[in-house]
Design a protein around this ligand. Structure first.
Ligand SMILES: Cc1ncc(COP(=O)(O)O)c(C=O)c1O
Length: 460
């Protein structure tokens, strides 16, 4: 570990003793001391006290400009007044009934207005909706296999948790990657039904269709790979997938859990002009409440109506999350709001680019919609394997240095990205940039001293 990182870690520990103590106590009862593995990092995570608009406080009283925003689930920002008002009202009217209500149709209408689907069902998380989408695709095609991309994340069900962060010794041929389970407990039969291809590589995808004739039900993908920082589809890649799905009789599922709200008003299909067969939504559509949705054409969704595929869930369309979702679509994620966040996103991205250039840091800034990331690579990454060639300690240096100066630049982990909320202001972006300007020269210096020898750490 280089000196500058050590210094930042010492400062972090000095600023956050209550988080250290809270984590120590939590470790006694909760594995890793956190409720999701993604929330754990060394030496210990920041424990949060509260948040309002674009800022949060930790339990030590430190304030941060928040670009973590619950791993991108809060484009609304914290406590958006429209969401709070809608939720409060439902708290007084009853939260959950397990009965149909009129908000279901209303939110389905909002979704069908923005995204190219005819019908919608709801859930409470991204994991849930990608799971149902995969099952429906299997039923619609009478095929068992799902094609996913190496390094993509679609949640925690058995089909999704394959080749998310495979290690080099396991990953195999770059054109025909091995299906590597993301931990224990995933049945071999489930893994055998997941075929993996390389992102941005249509040859690899077509090869998989040829190797598995009439067996692949669907391709599921994040239109922008956001489990490796931020990796854009190369021109023609998404259309190429559309064409391959048509050619081989498979469905194209866009996992828009991240892009659906945050890329643009109409999500990735609108932004890239490619129409998938199914979409999955979650995170920012709920304004901070747990809400997911999946949708498709009438003929695909009719499989549910015909009782050919089962879908249910006790908490589906609970009134609080639905009220938050409606307020989010109608009052938060408006076209005016996208104009505001686009402006901030441009300012942050261009500001970072100028600072990177001035500092001599070998890096680039990837940006799409309200998401962006400092990518510590000499050139643009195209897939998961490119992403693994990162100097992790240099990235940690960046993250802790920003945190120590009051900017949560993104969630911890170098596979994530920043989110800008509708409640961020020009002043927040100015502060973010001034902190990065202070940090960048030390990063550039450390990078020069460490050299390429330290590059090559794989995923977590
Ligand atoms: C693209 C994508 N799909 C699915 C999921 C899973 O969503 P959830 O954590 O709500 O289950 C995530 C979560 O980060 C995601 O980024």
């Amino acid at each position: 570990m280089h000196d500058a990182l050590q210094k930042e870690l010492a400062t972090y520990e000095k600023r956050t003793p209550k988080s250290a103590a809270a984590h120590k106590r939590a470790l006694e009862r909760i594995p890793l001391g956190v409720a999701s593995n993604y929330r754990h990092y060394e030496p210990y995570p920041i424990f949060v006290k509260d948040g309002k608009a674009a800022r949060i406080h930790d339990i030590d009283g430190n304030e941060y400009i928040d670009h973590n925003l619950c791993f991108g689930a809060l484009m609304a920002g914290h406590c958006h007044p429209a969401v709070v008002k809608a939720v409060k009202q439902k708290l007084d009217e009853g939260t959950t009934f397990g009965m149909p209500h009129e908000q279901e149709w209303e939110l389905a209408e909002e979704i069908c207005k923005r995204y190219p689907v005819d019908m919608v069902r709801f859930g409470s998380s991204g994991t849930e909706v990608t799971m149902h989408a995969c099952r429906i695709a299997r039923a619609a095609t009478n095929r068992d296999k799902i094609l996913k991309f190496e390094g993509s994340y679609h949640g925690l069900h058995d089909t999704a948790l394959v080749s998310v962060k495979p290690k080099e010794e396991d990953w195999g041929d770059p054109e025909a990657p091995n299906s590597v389970p993301g931990g224990g407990g995933i049945p071999k039969a489930a893994i055998a039904n997941v075929v993996v291809a390389a992102f941005n590589n249509l040859k690899s995808v077509e090869r998989r269709f040829k190797e598995n004739p009439d067996q692949i039900a669907a391709i599921i993908l994040e239109p922008i790979l956001m489990n490796v920082g931020l990796c854009l589809p190369q021109p023609g890649f998404l259309q190429g997938l559309r064409d391959l799905c048509d050619k081989y009789g498979a469905l194209l599922i866009f996992d828009e859990v991240k892009t659906g709200a945050k890329l643009a008003w109409g999500g990735a299909s609108d932004f890239f002009g490619v129409k998938p067969d199914m979409i999955c939504l979650a995170k920012s559509i709920g304004g901070g409440l747990p809400l997911g949705a999946f949708g498709a054409s009438r003929s695909v969704m009719d499989l549910i109506a015909q009782h050919k595929v089962f879908h249910g869930g006790t908490y589906n369309t609970n009134r609080v999350a639905m009220a938050a979702g409606l307020a989010t679509f109608r009052e938060v994620l408006t076209r005016e709001a996208y104009a505001h966040t686009d402006k901030l996103s441009k300012k942050l991205t261009e500001g970072y680019r100028a600072i990177v250039k001035k500092s001599g840091l070998q890096a680039y800034i990837a940006s799409a919609g309200v998401n962006g990331a400092l990518m510590l690579y000499p050139q643009e990454i195209k897939n998961y394997r490119d992403w693994t060639k990162i100097d992790v300690d240099l990235w940690r240096h960046y993250w802790f240095a920003m945190v120590n100066r009051g900017v949560l630049a993104q969630p911890y982990w170098w596979d994530e990205q920043w989110t800008i909320s509708v409640q961020h202001t020009d002043a927040d972006i100015d502060k973010h940039l001034s902190v990065f300007e202070e940090v960048a020269p030390a990063l550039a210096q450390a990078q020069q001293q460490r050299g390429a020898a330290f590059v090559g750490a794989a995923g977590h």
